[in-house]
Design a protein around this ligand. Structure first.
Ligand code: PHB
Length: 361
């Protein structure tokens, strides 16, 4: 078995090749402050190889979801430090996913003075939960000026710095699932006329500059990237165009000594996904993490075949704090019960039993 082997991630010693994927849990308070029960939640899961903490905004403009945490003030640093300390005390490793929601959000969820922004004034279809107005359609984004694009790049890098101050072992830039950097990559959400829109090279520019600025801030071995070429609700991008875009991106990424590249897929898997994943594996020379409903067997197979170096498990980590032990021992997994996935407080966050305690009841 490879899954349970230690792995050296650019100097960070992981106890196994199992990562906990970033999972939206919406436990932060209205000011987007992380709260204490999150320390318990992550510490309970610290025996996996690497925790990727939930998507966290680098900017007041990027907290488009209610109760999503942020990391852009010294107060946030203090609160997150409490969480990283509890993970480290439990022997774990934890990186922060930096997630700017861009156009996927609602203005009612933002702090005073912040605004919903995107590469172009094109609204995302669908709706989202708000603090005061119930479910609402996504807000029409304000098209970012070129200066604002550059300010936002700075915000990612500043957040990376704060993450290190807060005790994180590194960061993962979220450019998957339609969030801000992904909005620049896709033609359907990016109709810009400046150097950040138009041809592939221009649409990739925002992401590459975010990566470069983050590397300058904290060092390349602490910076990772998540992408999802075929997992983007609401948009029908041309398949051939996507393949060409992501091949170009993977080639560009070889110039950086990133911690890892994370390929994610949510929802129905298309056969083309697997072909592109293999293609990206052959182009990209660094560490590769895959995520998308893996089981112990399919994860092991991917590692044995050389398709990946690390495997991330997502939703199974919610109700199985001891997921690694359960996989190792072939114990059954607890059900995925969505009732408390996105509610407030510790219920459904920290109250899932480990398998052994159930045996001895
Ligand atoms: C979500 O909250 O639905 C969500 C957040 C981040 C993702 C994907 C989905 O990457």
């Amino acid at each position: 078995m490879k899954l349970f082997d230690p792995f050296n991630l650019k100097g960070l010693e992981l106890s196994s090749r199992i990562a906990m994927a970033p999972l939206t849990r919406r436990r932060a308070n209205r000011a987007h402050d992380p709260v204490d029960c999150m320390a318990t939640y992550y510490a309970q899961r610290a025996n996996c190889g690497l925790i990727i903490a939930e998507g966290t905004s680098p900017s007041p403009n990027g907290v488009g979801y209610s109760n999503m945490p942020g990391l852009y003030t010294s107060h946030h640093v203090k609160l997150w430090k409490n969480i990283t300390d509890s993970v480290h005390k439990s022997g774990g490793k934890i990186v922060l996913q930096i997630m700017h929601t861009g156009r996927i959000g609602h203005s009612n969820n933002l702090p005073d003075g912040a605004r919903i922004i995107g590469p172009s004034a094109i609204a995302k279809k669908g709706d989202t939960t708000t603090y005061d107005l119930g479910k609402q359609p996504f807000t029409m984004p304000n098209e970012m000026g070129t200066d604002e694009v550059q300010t936002t790049i700075r915000e990612f890098a500043d957040c990376a710095k704060l993450a290190i101050q807060a005790g994180f072992d590194g960061i993962e830039i979220h450019s998957a699932h339609g969030y801000l950097p992904n909005q620049f990559l896709n033609q359907s959400s990016n109709k810009r006329k400046d150097q950040y829109g138009g041809n592939r090279e221009n649409r990739i520019r925002f992401l590459l500059e975010v990566i470069q600025a983050s590397i300058q801030a904290i060092g390349s071995e602490k910076v990772a990237l998540r992408i999802s070429p075929f997992s983007y609700a609401d948009i029908d991008e041309d398949e051939g165009e996507l393949i060409a875009l992501y091949k170009m991106l993977a080639e560009e990424l070889n110039q950086f000594n990133l911690s890892y590249l994370h390929l994610s897929h949510m929802g129905d898997a298309k056969p083309v996904k697997f072909e592109l994943w293999k293609k990206l594996r052959s182009i990209y020379s660094g560490n590769l993490m895959l995520c998308g409903d893996f089981t112990k067997d399919t994860a092991e197979l991917a590692l044995q075949n050389g398709d990946a170096d690390l495997i991330a498990f997502g939703r199974d980590f919610i109700s199985n704090p001891d997921l690694v032990e359960r996989l190792k021992n072939n114990w059954p997994l607890a059900e995925r019960d969505r009732t408390h996935w996105y509610t407030q407080g510790p219920q459904g966050l920290t109250d899932y039993p480990v398998y052994n305690s159930m045996l001895h009841k």
